[in-house]
Design a protein around this ligand. Structure first.
Ligand code: HEC
Ligand code: HEC
Length: 358
């Protein structure tokens, strides 16, 4: 075999032009890739431009090609640079602090008063009520006061906050004139910056999952719980606290220190919608970790376990206005409490539709 580089063999003679060609191809490919990247970059910024264009007249070059939008433009909370100056800004910040670390101020070991059960608003209203589809407060200031069927009255923001203290935090609410209540309302008003009156931004509150065509199953849900939830929330759903900390590291899901049976999460649709986009912790609407069926089943399991009871005789003055998954009689239809609690919901929803048409 000739290994002298100065005297090329026939094989090399063949390879050299090929290598030259390869170099050219590589250059071409790199060029193409660059063009593609620039182009992709351009179209990726389009949704943002269009989202802005909903509030300002269309005038940019990109908006002349209104391509179909694959994703809705979700709500963004205002940034800290938009905090008002002085006392007003400090009040908003205190409101945010109370939402994020409620127990530290108002829980069983709270520094201000002892009113609530040790949970934080943020346990359910993630990132202090700013997470897309994480039960955020983006639509609070724009839609309250509003009529709500549960009370049969027009409710203010204060009344709505009071409800979460009495139900989700299974305790008592600070007075409407207290520094704490005023700060939380100020915080919600600030979060609503730029949301027009009456509007509900995309990604507000919780997702409404499609109904299963079967009843949600506590047995199947128990399996989901032990494999995907128990490591943080505990074998008895009791949560985890660190000694000396006034707040839970992992909040309780059932038992005496959890939300009561008058709370929003006690309805399976709310629970399933909450966990679908937010649990196990770290999940989001962009990267959910549960299927819809797992979310419904784990909701059924957790809400079949014991928890504090609330007298709800005065809720829902019109039984026909109860949501399909409201688990306590009396009802305007003939479905059982059990079916209202666990489903299957489609027959109940159909009956409700017919009744409202009649
Ligand atoms: C155990 C979970 C949980 C906790 C803790 C909790 N909430 Fe809620 N909250 C909910 C759920 C679920 C809803 C939606 C219920 C529904 O629509 O039926 C809700 C709704 C609300 C709303 C109305 C939102 C809207 O867009 O209409 C406000 C305001 C609110 N909560 C404030 C608070 C405050 C303030 C705290 C703390 C003092 C708190 N919540 C603690 C679960 C919770
Ligand atoms: C890695 C730990 C972790 C895992 C696993 C996890 N959670 Fe959570 N969960 C949390 C934390 C932390 C919070 C409170 C979030 C906050 O305050 O920001 C929370 C809050 C909740 C809440 C609202 C507050 C309450 O106590 O009612 C529910 C409901 C919930 N989780 C259900 C689940 C379910 C169902 C699963 C399993 C599918 C699960 N979680 C898995 C950490 C976890």
């Amino acid at each position: 075999m000739n290994t002298n580089p100065t005297s090329p063999n026939p094989f090399r003679r063949l390879v050299r032009p090929l290598m030259a060609l390869g170099g050219l191809t590589a250059l071409l490919v790199v060029g193409l890739l660059l063009t593609l990247m620039l182009w992709l970059n351009g179209s990726a910024t389009q949704p943002v431009a269009l989202a802005r264009a909903t509030s300002t007249p269309v005038s940019t070059a990109t908006s002349t090609t209104p391509a179909a939008q694959p994703k809705p433009a979700y709500w963004h909370p205002p940034g800290d640079s938009q905090l008002p100056a002085g006392e007003a800004g400090r009040q908003v910040s205190y409101g945010r602090e109370l939402v994020a670390h409620t127990a530290k101020y108002l829980g069983p070991a709270g520094s201000v008063r002892h009113l609530s059960n040790g949970m934080n608003c943020q346990n359910c209203h993630l990132d202090a009520g700013t997470k897309v589809l994480g039960n955020n407060y983006s639509a609070v200031f724009s839609t309250y006061p509003k009529y709500r069927e549960r009370s049969g009255t027009k409710e203010t923001i204060v009344k709505r906050i009071r409800d979460c203290f009495e139900r989700s935090l299974n305790g008592r609410s600070p007075d409407s004139s207290s520094r704490e209540m005023r700060a939380m309302v100020a915080y919600m008003k600030w979060l609503g910056t730029g949301v027009p009156k009456g509007d509900k931004p995309n990604g507000a509150g919780l997702e409404k999952l499609a109904y299963l065509d079967r009843a949600a199953s506590p047995d199947k849900g128990k399996l989901v719980y032990t494999t995907k939830c128990q490591s943080c929330h505990g074998a008895k759903g009791e949560g985890i606290t660190v000694a000396g900390d006034a707040q839970y590291t992992y909040p309780p899901l059932w038992g005496p220190h959890s939300y009561n049976d008058g709370a929003g999460l006690f309805r399976l649709s709310n629970f399933a919608g909450y966990v679908k986009n937010n649990m196990p912790f770290g999940a989001s609407y962009e990267s959910p970790m549960l299927t819809d069926a797992e979310a419904w089943d784990v909701a059924a399991f957790i809400n079949s376990m014991p928890r504090p009871h609330r007298d709800q005789r005065h809720d829902w003055p019109k039984p026909a206005a109860k949501p399909v998954d409201f688990p306590f009689a009396p009802y305007a239809d003939s479905f059982s409490e059990k079916q209202h609690k666990y489903g299957p919901y489609p027959p109940i929803a159909d009956a409700k539709k017919k009744a409202t048409k009649a």
